[in-house]
Design a protein around this ligand. Structure first.
Ligand SMILES: [Zn+2]
Length: 406
């Protein structure tokens, strides 16, 4: 078989043909021309058109390499007279209208960019970083337009930080299918509103049954407004995080009151309090008991924290509620300001905290995806703009379809 025939078949050309293949030191040059008088399609609506209006100057497309040699396609695009759209550039079966690479190459690059950094992907395909960024951006745009949108029942709203917590993004997950739905710049009510109004719309909001989120988050009223039938569940992992922060806050305020000598033997013990007691070694238990003797407020904080954790184990809602109410009362009597603050927050959000016992769901289901986002942020120092970072998150976590090769 001739190489020309091979490439024509590979590219699935019907109204076009390969006239010549030329090998140079850097690449294989593939000349393409129109095949006889076969009808060409409109580049906008893909309708077959009878008349060719004019011929444009030659253009080049990068294709997948052949045994390390990049394939360059060359063709003089026709402009066709489309009955619907008027005079338009024809449709290229091998590439998207404005792309400078073929769909086959773009998809290969996009697939690799899900695993590797954009820098690494560029190196692998002999492209520059910007070309990879453009390919991913286009792939994401296509994917968002063409992705399946099944009815949603359970969603989780979370935030991710970038640049050591200077920039925040809000992410929304489908907790049933464990897939990323949406990414928003910032974590304010205003930013998250777009998820409900633009991505969801009123009709899709109606099927929502459960929204899992942090009770500290500023968009609770937004959820109530746009999905009034959905039950709000406050995320277990966030609650535990706030509880740990309360213990930490107690420790820090004690630290401020200690003398220098006392500080020396107190140092480096913080982690002892965050660990489960049954995981501690004997020597660590001893240090812990010294710590206990010294710091009754910290001990109170620590026991409060441990006692709270029982809440997650109850199966019957009334028992869970009873436990929580008792716990809140003792925490209020503890004279520990961070815990009182925590209790006030719980009281204001009690329904959504108690929802755990019946739903037993949390954003922990998508913990892996949050880690993935962190690793994207780490491997990609090139993301100076949030736009690129957002595109990369969609690309790696939203399971978007890639453009179909025709
Ligand atoms: Zn048309």
């Amino acid at each position: 078989m001739l190489i020309e025939t091979f490439i024509r078949k590979q590219l699935q050309l019907k109204a076009h043909t390969v006239t010549k293949v030329e090998e140079t030191d850097e690449c294989m040059r593939v000349e393409i021309d129109r095949l006889g008088r076969r009808l060409l399609r409109c580049g906008v609506c893909r309708q077959r058109c009878r008349a060719v209006h004019s011929v444009r100057p030659e253009r080049e497309w990068r294709d997948l390499s052949m045994r390390k040699l990049p394939l360059i396609l060359r063709y003089r695009p026709r402009r066709v007279e489309c009955p619907r759209c008027g005079v338009r550039v024809e449709d290229f079966p091998w590439a998207e209208p404005w792309a400078r690479v073929t769909t086959a190459l773009a998809n290969a690059v996009a697939t690799l960019a899900r695993e590797l950094s954009w820098q690494g992907t560029a190196r692998e395909y002999g492209l520059n970083w910007k070309s990879v960024a453009t390919i991913v951006k286009r792939a994401v745009e296509y994917g968002l337009r063409h992705r399946a949108r099944p009815p949603l029942h359970v969603i989780g709203i979370d935030e991710v930080s970038r640049r050591k917590g200077q920039v925040y993004l809000t992410v929304v997950y489908d907790l049933e299918r464990r897939v990323l739905l949406w990414v928003g710049e910032d974590r304010t009510e205003e930013a998250v509103k777009k998820f409900f109004t633009e991505e969801m719309g009123r009709r899709r909001c109606r099927t929502l049954q459960l929204v899992c989120m942090d009770m500290w988050a500023p968009y609770l009223s937004l959820v109530r407004e746009h999905a009034p039938k959905a039950r709000v569940l406050f995320d277990r992992f966030h609650i535990v995080k706030h509880l740990n922060e309360a213990v930490d806050e107690v420790r820090r305020s004690l630290w401020r009151q200690l003398s220098v000598r006392e500080r020396a033997s107190f140092k480096g013990t913080r982690w002892l309090l965050l660990k489960n007691p049954w995981n501690l070694k004997d020597s660590q238990k001893e240090r812990l008991s010294t710590l206990v003797r010294w710091n009754t407020p910290l001990v109170r904080a620590w026991y409060l924290k441990e006692a709270f954790q029982l809440f997650w184990t109850y199966r019957q809602p009334w028992r869970a509620e009873q436990h929580l109410r008792k716990w809140m009362n003792s925490a209020m009597r503890s004279k520990l300001e961070p815990f009182k603050k925590f209790v006030r927050m719980l009281r204001a959000h009690l329904d959504g905290v108690l929802a755990w016992t019946q739903t037993r769901l949390s954003n922990g289901a998508v913990e892996g995806m949050n880690n993935k986002i962190k690793s994207i942020s780490h491997r990609s120092f090139g993301f100076r703009s949030a736009k690129h970072f957002i595109a990369a998150i969609y690309h790696c976590c939203a399971r978007l379809p890639l453009p179909a090769e025709r």
